[in-house]
Design a protein around this ligand. Structure first.
Ligand code: GLV
Ligand code: MN
Ligand code: MN
Length: 415
């Protein structure tokens, strides 16, 4: 294992990351891969081919979660899992999720090249739709795997064009009963996910590896404001029921509510604002907002949600519009497993990498896998802490450090 570093094929991994990034609905360097879209399907095919070439046996479940298994000496034991996602939000970059998938694959290939034989199988997982882009809910595949979203609830999901989850998944080849996606505790012995930090801490401190102890609690809300449309010139200001003006109050109220907790860990964002009918000379009659609220403290996050719900009521009464708010998801935070964190720490020390404990403010598939298995995550730095943007960048050195530590950890956990 001490010779592991030269065995890592980081140049090939970087080339594969770039090839995967080129599979996009947008022109380079922009990466957009929405679940069950054409680019998502091509990206899946690309990664599955690499897994097969690496000698792994690949299977898929009815939601499209993909499992690439390296059979261990004792195949009856629950496997050690690793992996992440390859879907990408609109206008994204190369590394979010993909480093955990292709880096996990490279860790497995490295161990195979070294002649290591795992006692437990090692399974690389590519989770479906970690990003909420299409169906408005994040971590779709891992959420269903961990029974945090039932098949019945999943069947109600629709995209903006009104196409249902079942219609879309079956049209793209993922057939079979959604009931078989869920697994009880024990599906994985342990699970470890490599990811870019998506924040600035590691780079600022010059630390190689972040050992994630907690994953923050995400929530999202859909707020629909119905007002009264009309001619923008001929309808005078008194008595107007402008849905966008009302929605604007809600956006600012949410920002105030997040700041007012006094905790730096509370964050809130309105990332979607759909205005109907969307004509410059027409008063908006309907606005749909989608808001994202997070904190490492679940009850504090929930207090922000309660505040915005009461502002919705107040704006409705004062402006004579109707405001309906719906909590799409409000997930609890996850705590990472001490034994896996210890293995990661020992691996980082053995690899000569500096490390620090930290919290993940972004959510990840591990948040849900944590419901059925012990999990931990390791972070590597990304330039300027930038993510969910085309200029997202992680250096070959930091990717190499992450894969090195992951490979050692997988070897230790699977032995
Ligand atoms: C995941 O992409 C997140 O938004 O945290
Ligand atoms: Mn993301
Ligand atoms: Mn991600």
């Amino acid at each position: 294992m001490t010779t592991l570093r030269p065995e890592l094929s980081i140049d090939r991994l970087i080339a594969e990351l770039q090839m995967l990034g080129a599979i996009s609905e947008a022109d380079p360097p922009v990466v957009t891969r929405v679940v069950f879209g054409e680019a998502d399907l091509r990206a899946r095919a690309f990664v599955k081919r690499l897994c097969v070439d690496a000698g792994l046996s690949v299977s898929e479940d009815p939601i499209g979660n993909t499992f690439a298994r390296w059979q261990g000496a004792d195949p009856d034991l629950a496997p050690i899992g690793t992996g992440s996602h390859i879907d990408a939000i609109p206008n994204a970059g190369l590394y979010d999720g993909c480093v955990g998938v292709l880096g996990g694959l490279e860790a497995i290939r490295t161990l195979r090249r070294l002649g290591f034989t795992p006692r437990r199988s090692i399974e690389l997982v590519i989770f479906t739709s970690e990003e909420p882009t299409r169906f408005g809910i994040g971590c779709l595949g891992s959420r269903m795997l961990a029974s945090a979203l039932s098949p019945g609830q999943a069947r109600l999901l629709r995209d903006k064009q009104g196409r249902g989850l079942d219609e879309l998944r079956t049209a793209t080849g993922f057939t079979g009963a959604l009931e078989s996606v869920a697994h009880p505790p024990g599906r994985f012995e342990q699970f470890v996910e490599l990811h870019i930090e998506q924040g600035p801490e590691l780079e600022r401190k010059g630390v190689d590896i972040g050992l994630v102890t907690h994953i923050a609690a995400p929530a999202s809300l859909r707020i629909v404001v119905e007002g009264e449309g009309g001619h923008a010139g001929a309808t005078l200001m008194p008595g107007r029921k402008d849905a966008l003006a009302a929605a604007a109050e809600l956006v600012l109220a949410l920002e105030r509510a997040a700041k007012s907790t006094g905790a730096i860990d509370t964050v809130a964002t309105v990332g979607i604002c759909d205005v109907f009918p969307g004509a410059v000379n027409s008063i908006p009659s309907r606005v749909q907002l989608e808001a994202d609220v997070r904190d490492i403290d679940g009850p504090r996050r929930d207090s922000v949600i309660r505040t915005i719900q009461s502002v919705c009521y107040e704006v409705q009464e004062r402006r004579g519009v109707t405001v309906a708010s719906e909590i799409v998801n409000a997930d609890p935070p996850a705590t990472c497993d001490v034994a896996i964190l210890t293995a990661l720490e020992e691996s980082a020390n053995a690899a000569g990498k500096t490390h620090q404990k930290m919290v993940s403010r972004a959510y990840h598939d591990s948040l849900f896998v944590a419901r059925i298995a012990p999990v931990a995550m390791l972070f590597i730095s990304c330039r300027g802490g930038v993510s969910h943007r085309p200029d997202e960048y992680a250096s070959p050195e930091s990717i190499g450090a992450g894969v090195h530590v992951l490979a050692r950890t997988l070897a230790q956990l699977a032995s």
